[in-house]
Write a protein that binds this ligand. Structure first.
Ligand SMILES: Nc1ncnc2c1ncn2[C@@H]1O[C@H](COP(=O)(O)OP(=O)(O)OP(=O)(O)O)[C@@H](O)[C@H]1O
Ligand SMILES: [Mg+2]
Length: 247
């Protein structure tokens, strides 16, 4: 088991938004999380590297209970989880290349040449190596998102945590970022992806979780979830309809 989250309770101030959520991820597995706005998907994803501190519950990562780790140990765990927030996260004053090499040099201790080599490897994998010298302000949303994905990948984390990587994009950029996500899936990276991209979920997810009001209300393989009746099926049908037109 790569990751096990048990009984996670998270609150903002006095308002609880996760009510005992659990999940498990095996090496190489792809888990997709869906659910309506405000159901707690981002909160769950952010709580895994403890960017939000849970009030209760346990997070076991690579066999280590990381729930109470602090300082250097916690930073080292976070480096092994490639978290990509819902909104853009590139350093605006650095070129794409520098955005990627900076953390490689600073946190992983790579020398400049090794860092640049690794950065270019992932930039070409995602089809944006020609943009290495640009600053984020001169990139489209989809290019920025792919650069942020390349930065996360270049750290070679054990798992990628991606929060709605395509939701803020126009259709063309969305397709480019989806292509990039398929490439990442193909190299066998373990991933937890919050997304409403139905095609991606159906073809890539080993399992899916469906959240509502801070709880997981359904889970299973995409086929199992679509086969079930009720709330989840309706939700999935509505996003499938959006993606493919009425059936
Ligand atoms: N920083 C915050 N302070 C207070 N409440 C918050 C904060 N962030 C989120 N919330 C609340 O926590 C709940 C869960 O939010 P969260 O962002 O996790 O939902 P989500 O499922 O990711 O939604 P979306 O699909 O819109 O991104 C919501 O009720 C939200 O209003
Ligand atoms: Mg969210």
């Amino acid at each position: 088991m790569l990751l096990s989250v048990q009984g996670l309770v998270v609150a903002y101030g006095r308002k609880r938004v996760l009510h005992g959520v659990g999940l498990e991820l095996n090496p190489g597995e792809k888990l997709v999380i869906m659910g309506p706005s405000g159901s707690g998907k981002s909160t769950l994803l952010r709580a895994i590297p403890r960017l939000i501190e849970p009030e209760e519950g346990r997070i076991i990562f690579m066999g280590v209970d990381i729930t109470r780790l602090k300082g250097r140990e916690l930073r080292s765990v976070r480096r092994r989880m490639g978290f990509l927030p819902q909104s853009y996260s590139l350093f605006p004053h650095m070129t794409v290349l520098k955005n990627i090499t900076y953390p490689l040099q600073k946190s992983l201790g790579l020398d400049r040449r090794a860092a640049e080599e690794r950065a270019l490897k992932y930039l070409s994998m995602l089809g944006i190596d020609s943009l290495a010298e640009r600053h984020p302000a001169r990139l489209s949303g989809g290019q920025q998102q792919r650069a942020a994905l390349a930065r996360a990948l270049a750290m070679e984390p054990e798992v990628l945590l991606l929060d709605e990587p395509t939701s803020a994009l126009d259709p063309e950029s969305r397709a480019d970022v989806l292509d990039a996500l398929y490439s990442v899936a193909r190299i066998g990276k373990s991933m937890i992806v919050v997304t409403h991209e139905a095609d991606f979920a159906l073809s890539v997810a080993d399992r899916m979780l469906f959240m509502e009001d801070g709880k997981i209300i359904e889970e299973g393989t995409p086929g199992e979830l679509i086969g079930r009746s009720g709330r989840v099926k309706k939700f999935l049908e509505s996003i499938l309809e959006e993606a493919c037109g009425p059936r």
